[in-house]
Ligand binder design. Sequence first.
Ligand code: NDP
Ligand code: AOF
Length: 356
Amino acid sequence: MGNFMAESSHDSPVGKAFRAAIDEACRFVGATAPNPSVGCALLDESGHILAVAAHHRAGQLHAEALALRQCSGRGLTHRIHSAVVTLEPCNHTGRTPPCTEALLATPVKSVWIGCADPDPNVAGGGAERLKAAGRDVFRISEFADVVPDAQRIAKDCRALIAPFRMRCREGKAWITVKQAVDGRGSMIPPVGQKTFTSVASLELAHRLRRGTDAIITGTGTIRADLPGFDVRHVEDHPARRRLLMICGRSGDLPESWLEKAALRFDVMWCASVEEAPRLLAEKGALWALVEAGPSLVRAMDERELWDDWLRIEVLPEGGERVSVRERHAVSPLSLIPGIGHEPARPALSSHLVERV
Ligand SMILES: NC(=O)C1=CN([C@@H]2O[C@H](COP(=O)(O)OP(=O)(O)OC[C@H]3O[C@@H](n4cnc5c(N)ncnc54)[C@H](OP(=O)(O)O)[C@@H]3O)[C@@H](O)[C@H]2O)C=CC1
Ligand SMILES: Nc1c(N[C@@H]2O[C@H](COP(=O)(O)O)[C@@H](O)[C@H]2O)[nH]c(=O)[nH]c1=O
């Protein structure tokens, strides 16, 4: 293991490397579908980070391959001693060659894994392959005694792939409902407005748009708002084309709006919202954001068609409360700055953020 086991988590090279790999992977959440966001850091024998990289987009290099390329570009390959990866390295040839073999072509001695590949039939088996080739393989969750925030790290790594895991295992997209509510408990904006939440909350909403692969809305919202659904308050991934699922049966939406939407989105119709998670997964979406009015949101709640629910509530006394309901042990929402923890990662306490 080398001397990677420091006394405190902040001094632990493995802990630091995982943090760097997770932060890098977070930058690409919303850009990689149908692949998951993955980060990798390569370390030398003394635990010094040689390279940090993430998977940017499906069809491009995996995180390990990009980190290895950075190392070789700087003439550092011979110094690679350990690799830290948020997800078990793939062991199959897809659009890119197996990361296990790329790692095995270096002097790497140990590989630290944040979480197992949820798709054992396709890309899994990476840990076994590395072990069979004589490398040490460590799972960070098993090192809570030496890396004190190991459980937090493992949870973040699972959160990074939660939507990918759901698609692999259940054939469904991860569904996040975002609901803004005014001081009287209404979702309907004042006449002439589309939104009523603060700039900070709009930024949060747009970070969610950035991180997700699809928007689900209803015909009522389109008629009322002619929404743009684009990412404006924060910088979007370059050239990112998302899905826009319109739930409803009435096809009489303004033609000009539909034409404009089609420039930016792949538009899909859905007559029965129960089908939405499966239809979106079939189209390659991992994570979808619901931006719909009370009718569709209620229908989704009654059918339990959501995985987490973000409520932005304008308080009658002023200020806002942002709260999250979760159905699962981990949620990709915990990685979105302003909801979970910021990139600098102060201690994460609860999933309730109050901005009053
Ligand atoms: N505060 C907030 O967070 C938000 C507020 N809004 C506001 O909401 C208002 C619009 O509300 P609303 O009319 O309820 O709009 P919705 O977005 O909920 O759309 C309603 C339509 O959704 C379709 N629908 C409902 N249930 C299902 C189902 N089970 N399967 C498939 N389709 C279904 C129906 O379409 P059809 O009739 O065609 O069959 C229905 O008319 C606007 O004022 C808008 O500004 C909108 C988004 C977010
Ligand atoms: N009212 C409301 C939201 N409403 C959502 O935002 C859509 C408008 O998006 P755009 O046209 O891109 O600005 C609107 O149709 C609805 O889906 N969102 C929020 O963060 N806060 C709010 O108060």
